[in-house]
Write a protein that binds this ligand. Structure first.
Ligand SMILES: N[C@@H](CCC(=O)N[C@@H](CS)C(=O)NCC(=O)O)C(=O)O
Length: 357
């Protein structure tokens, strides 16, 4: 018996969570309808999520899109839909039990590289505008980029290095599954939101397998054609992935050689600071200058941002300087504060050039 039509019910204009479902259909070469492109599509969607909707005889009402209608079946929740479609579209591995493993991988990507990214621009309340939670968004974005992004990228790198992933570029069992498509989409969205951090992560070489998977999905013939088409909706300042220049922060985590020079000096007295090499020229100058010179006077000298990186003589000079003056904890705290401030400044102004160099 022929399959009933697949109907995707999702918002228009934003790729959002609906895009995970679309990519599965595209990769499988299976046609589907999509309310994002249908006349009256948003009325249909609103009908499903209306607080008047109590569902029907066999389907409870969905809370939010994406929603899939397939014959009499109406289901919601992205991962649930993906797990339903995976086996039907040939994206579910080779063994019946594979779906649980694939689902875990997809859920992890959705947790870390979708929901958490969304929470970076909406850390306080979903119903408030971003503009009403900007300060918290910045704080959260900085922390996310520093601590969570490397954790999730590192996790997927480990998965890809593991035996269960098989020989190919894919996450599980040597075949392309819906988890690969989800990871692709979440990496794509995260790269839109946090372009600098993702560029730095790629450049670091720590996550080569992850970025290879991204390219491998992108090069799939049907996916490539879809991505180049009008059907691929662009990211914007709506939806899960948004680009706000001020949130596009980068972490020292990814910068090369970040645990040498002043970093190791500070570590030797119990502080951990990474990325200090990029700013140790400033620190050297500030320690050589008047003890209480305000940090602002240091950071307002953009011409001296060491975009080409620093070499050993400077570090040696700094070592001498610190060596000459007994360093007590108070001094180190003062230094630490300066390093942080100057370092952020350097990143904002020139880290991109620095990495390119
Ligand atoms: N966990 C759900 C989240 C669904 C969700 O948040 N959908 C968004 C669009 S991507 C929405 O319209 N939410 C409305 C709301 O949460 O009030 C899923 O993965 O499907």
């Amino acid at each position: 018996m022929a399959e009933p039509p697949y109907e995707l019910i999702y918002w228009h204009v934003i790729p959002g969570r609906g895009e995970h479902i679309r990519l599965c259909f595209v990769e499988a070469g299976v046609s589907y309808s999509d309310t994002a492109f249908l006349e009256g599509g948003m009325v249909t969607l609103q009908g499903y999520i209306s607080d008047q909707n109590t569902g029907d005889e066999t389907n409870p009402p969905p809370f939010a899109p994406p929603i899939l209608k397939h014959g009499d079946l109406v289901i919601s929740q992205t991962s649930n839909i993906l797990m339903y479609l995976g086996p039907k579209l040939g994206l579910a591995g080779t063994q019946p039990s594979d779906i649980w493993k694939i689902n875990a991988l997809a859920l992890t990507a959705l947790d870390g590289l979708s929901n958490e990214v969304h929470n970076c621009h909406h850390p306080i309340a979903i119903d408030l505008y971003y503009e009403e939670q900007k300060e918290e968004s910045l704080r959260r974005s900085k922390d996310w980029v520093k601590n969570r992004l490397p954790k999730f990228l590192g996790y997927f790198e480990r998965v890809l290095a593991g035996k269960a992933s098989g020989a190919g570029p894919w996450l599980y069992g040597g075949t392309l599954t819906w988890a690969d498509l989800v990871l692709f989409q979440t990496l794509d969205g995260t790269s839109y939101a946090f372009s600098k951090a993702m560029a730095a992560a790629k450049q670091s070489g720590k996550y080569d397998r992850v970025f290879q998977l991204y390219e491998a999905v992108k090069a799939r013939p049907r996916i490539a054609e879809y991505l180049a088409s009008e059907r691929r909706q662009k990211f914007s300042e709506y939806g899960v992935y948004r680009h706000y220049e001020e949130l596009d922060v980068v972490s020292d985590e990814y910068l090369p050689g970040s645990n040498n020079s002043i970093g190791s000096l500070l570590e030797s007295v119990g502080f951990s600071i990474k990325g200090a090499d990029i700013s140790c020229k400033f620190i050297f100058e500030s320690t050589a200058g008047p003890r209480d010179s305000p940090v602002e006077s240091v950071v307002e000298r953009p011409g001296e941002v060491p975009v080409e990186g620093l070499d050993d003589p400077l570090d040696a000079e700094l070592g001498d300087e610190l060596g000459k003056n007994p360093v007590n904890n108070r001094e180190i705290v003062r230094l630490f504060t300066r390093v942080e401030l100057v370092w952020y400044y350097c990143l904002q102004r020139s880290a991109y050039n620095y990495r390119k160099g």
